[in-house]
Design a protein around this ligand. Structure first.
Ligand SMILES: [Cu+2]
Length: 159
């Protein structure tokens, strides 16, 4: 039965792609800024993707997320959601995203997020894509976004 056992193992790996793997460091710490739980959602080539993550400022000075870039997107913007009558609309977060001293800001569906515009390749569930964040004080931080299912509301796993 070795073939069947291998098939079952392959199936288990396919169903839980990260679980059997050792924990990898996809978070980043740069200066007083800690970036954790970077994740994204499956999206098609030439479409639009989103990046979500948690930023903690352990310092005593305010910082600000100014911009982001990614090899997988032609353009990357920082977005927020604003109420427009009955609906919430996305809008570019002009001026960046402030990270107060001692504060934690979570980029998540329905709030602040990183918009990946013009995807050069599809974001496949189970893969990970690079994202570079540029902070006013701390400088640049590199993270890997774990790509979850298309409609995911949160990160697929915890570290
Ligand atoms: Cu957006």
């Amino acid at each position: 039965m070795p073939i069947l056992r291998r098939t079952l193992l392959a199936l288990a790996l396919a169903l839980a792609p990260w679980a059997p793997l050792p924990a990898l460091a996809h978070d980043a710490t740069i200066g007083d800024i800690q970036v954790t739980q970077p994740w994204s959602r499956a999206a098609g080539v030439n479409g639009t993707g989103a990046g979500f993550l948690t930023i903690r400022n352990t310092g005593t000075q305010p910082d600000r997320l100014l911009s982001a870039t990614s090899a997988v997107a032609r353009n990357v913007e920082l977005h927020t959601h604003v109420r427009d009558g009955e609906v919430m609309r996305m809008r570019e977060a002009t001026g960046g995203i402030p990270i107060p001293p001692g504060g934690t800001v979570t980029l998540q569906p329905g709030g602040f997020h990183v918009m990946l515009i013009g995807l050069k390749e599809a974001l496949a569930a189970g893969s990970e894509v690079p994202l570079t964040l540029r902070f006013e004080r701390a400088g640049e931080a590199q993270v890997m976004l774990h790509v979850g299912a298309a409609g995911a509301r949160g990160p697929a796993h915890q570290h």
